[in-house]
Ligand binder design. Structure first.
Ligand code: GAL
Length: 699
């Protein structure tokens, strides 16, 4: 059953915490929400103590009033199940619900999300509240989306308490069936770790030395699954009581601790909380990678930006505000990348508590605050963009993300180098593609790859044979596979592949890794790429190109003259292997060659833009037309040639340039390509047909 968020147009609004304000303010809030163009509001995220002030006694009166008030103003509601933070009375009665660290310290009440996700006690109370919420509000016409809990994994993503231990043992029993199978998978013959029965197994608490790496990997898998189990338990109750209402839980962009692909499968629509750092001039590049996951998690479906800040946040060491125009640019960037809603944390700036310095739509100066003015302008613009809704981002490049591999790669004290978290390699590769003007989707192993020309695997440490077969089929059919260093090293049990890396990828890549040569911190190596020396860092490898063409060789150092980058033809496609982490310039040169050879359509770099990062062009395709988003973060005007069929939706109908911090959104025929005028004739051809978009959010 497809459940969609019934909303007219693009969702616009944010988290609302009316319980922090006297009733008189509520009327004023709703009046100003209307003024700002708000049509969707999240409520009751942290309201459990008010909704159930004592065990079993529910007080919905105040929330009834709030929802009625919003409804009468035509504002729809994203209703939280309010289970994100247990009330003090519950903790007092059941202190065992509190999470415990790996060192055995039980965390105290005094902040939010103070519970162990494996606690059966917490689950029972949470489900009772969820059911009560569903029964109370499930039929209210204002309620359009269930918002389960809040940011699973925020603050507490792992718990080592006894309840977790018991849950972990149950998870292991169903995974392995016999203790012999576990002993084999965990390689317990190493360091005398053999177990006689499951009861002897504990979660990997702080130990004398490095912990059995498969035990640790299984605990990572288990913890993500345990949180997912809690989520799906709530989802089940909601489905039972309100089978028509869609369900979500808000993601935290790319979170190492949770397998968001599995979470996405359990929800109806993906929602994200995105907080790019305004102090980092390239944070929008990494934000694009986060958004690549949001759409990739559900096969390209549109998603909602459920939280962003109208300006500064309050939780970094230094919280820089967003300069005028930046929030608008960030919002359009999310939309360009598939968001059908732009929402904020939060509606009204807090008067007290840890987030009183966090920006909001309505700042402390109320209607006169800059954020209110900027958000209202955006709200009015978004009201005219309903046509964009449901369209899907056009990307010809995919990057593979695999939580199993990422967790395995995060084993402290047992790898050639600890400097290799997946996200670092993923961001480096994505920065190269972004700078070259190519849009990337983040996809899971086994995803449908037919619409992609290039598949990037910046670092896939753990590789299973099925994936190797999928990559071979993709290349055989004409695709280009690009694999980075330290890939195909271990199997699903974190055991080395026989014959060494790249394990099952060896036939595809035609290389063998003899030894990993990590570089000490602060040092760099060099390769010769098209005759030019290019820097490498963090990791290099001694490889043999047994059945592949050498594209670049190491220059200097112990690996001097040895193969560094290789390519092998495979069927109609090809497979590249990069045995080192390339510095940015070299990565960009190499990636340009790979993308161009594969025929990837990319935005021509406008001669006037300072750097490739400054201008972004993303295309969304709907059933009848396409939408091009041009975002200019540079200081120069970017000239544009609009296609003859173009209707300018944002940016002024006579637009011939996109000004600094400007946005251009045009609607045009599928066949038309958007041209950035700086390179006459260099059209970006996005006319390759995609499968008919299925709208996740209906008009
Ligand atoms: C999110 C959270 C919100 C709020 C926000 C502040 O992580 O879901 O409740 O705390 O951060 O940036």
């Amino acid at each position: 059953m497809t459940r969609t968020v019934r909303l007219n147009g693009i969702a616009f609004g944010g988290d609302y915490n009316p319980e922090q304000w006297p009733r008189e303010v509520w009327q004023e809030d709703v009046r100003l929400m209307q003024k700002a163009g708000v049509n969707f509001i999240t409520v009751s995220v942290f309201s459990w103590p008010l909704l159930e002030p004592e065990e079993g006694r529910f007080d919905f009166g105040w929330l009834d009033e709030v929802i009625e008030l919003l409804h009468s103003a035509g504002i729809a509601v994203d209703l939280a199940t309010a289970t994100a933070t247990p009330p003090a009375w519950l903790i007092r009665k059941h202190p065992e619900v509190l999470p415990v660290t790996a060192d055995g310290v039980r965390l105290a009440f005094g902040s939010r999300q103070a519970y162990c996700f494996s606690s059966p006690v917490f689950r029972a109370y949470a489900l009772k509240l969820t059911r009560a919420m569903a029964e109370r509000y499930g039929n209210h016409p204002a309620v359009r989306l269930w918002h389960v809990s809040n940011e699973y994994g925020d603050h507490v993503a792992r718990c080592w308490c006894d309840a977790s231990g018991m849950h972990f043992r149950g998870w292991l029993k169903s995974k392995y069936s016999s203790i012999e199978a576990l002993n084999e998978a965990w390689g317990t013959s190493c360091w005398g770790q053999h177990y006689l029965d499951f009861e002897a197994i504990e979660p990997p608490r702080t130990a004398t030395g490095p912990i059995n790496s498969t035990q640790r990997l299984d605990f990572e898998r288990f913890s993500s699954d345990a949180m997912l189990e809690l989520f799906t338990a709530e989802v089940q109750v909601l489905r039972e009581v309100t089978p028509e209402l869609p369900v979500t839980t808000n993601f935290m962009s790319i979170l190492h601790e949770l397998d968001y692909f599995k979470f996405a499968d359990a929800e109806d629509i993906v929602t994200d909380d995105a907080y790019p750092d305004p102090a980092d001039p390239r944070s929008h590049v990494d934000a694009a990678l986060n958004y690549a996951l949001m759409r990739g998690a559900k096969g390209g479906a549109p998603w909602l930006l459920l939280e962003q800040s109208a300006s500064a946040v309050s939780w970094r060491e230094v919280n820089v505000p967003k300069a005028p125009g930046v929030m608008r640019l960030d919002s359009y960037q999310a939309m360009a990348h598939g968001a059908d809603g732009i929402m904020y944390f939060q509606w009204r700036a807090a008067k007290f508590g840890p987030e009183k310095f966090h920006a909001a739509i309505l700042g402390h100066r109320g209607e006169r605050s800059r954020t209110f003015a900027e958000c209202s302008v955006l709200g009015a613009e978004l009201a005219g963009l309903a046509a964009v809704k449901g369209s899907r981002v056009v990307a010809q490049v995919a990057m593979l993300c695999d939580w199993d591999s990422n967790w395995a790669l995060a084993a402290p004290d047992s790898l050639p180098t600890d400097r290799l978290p997946w996200i670092k390699a993923a961001r480096a590769w994505h920065r190269a593609t972004f700078g070259l003007g190519a849009t990337v989707d983040l996809v899971r192993a086994g995803a449908d790859l037919t619409s992609y020309k290039v598949l990037l695997l910046p670092n896939l440490y753990l590789v299973q044979p099925e994936l190797a077969a999928q990559l071979e089929a993709f290349a055989a059919a004409g695709g280009t596979v690009v694999v980075g260093p330290f890939s195909g090293v271990v199997d699903a049990n974190d055991h080395m592949h026989d014959g060494g890396a790249p394990g099952p990828l060896r036939p595809l890549l035609g290389v063998e890794v003899d030894e990993v040569w990590p570089l000490p911190d602060g040092t760099a190596g060099e390769i010769l790429l098209a005759g030019e020396p290019r820097g490498v860092h963090t990791i290099t490898e001694w490889i043999d190109a047994v059945d592949a063409r050498i594209v670049a060789r190491y220059s200097g150092g112990e690996l001097d003259g040895r193969a560094a980058v290789t390519v092998r033809e495979h069927g109609a496609g090809s497979a590249w292997y990069l045995s080192a982490a390339l510095a940015e310039d070299g990565m960009s040169v190499l990636m340009a060659e790979i993308l161009d050879e594969a025929g990837v359509a990319r935005r021509p770099l406008p001669a006037s833009a300072e750097a490739g990062d400054a201008v972004e062009l993303v295309v969304r395709r709907g059933p009848d037309s396409s939408f091009s988003f041009v975002l200019n973060r540079g200081t120069d005007h970017v000239p544009v040639d609009l296609p003859s069929s173009a209707t300018v939706l944002v940016g002024g109908s006579a637009a011939s340039t996109v000004p600094p911090r400007g946005v251009l959104v045009v609607q045009h025929d599928h066949a038309d390509a958007v041209v950035l005028a700086a390179e006459p004739g260099a059209a970006t051809d996005f006319s390759t047909p995609l499968s008919t978009p299925t709208a996740e959010v209906t008009p």
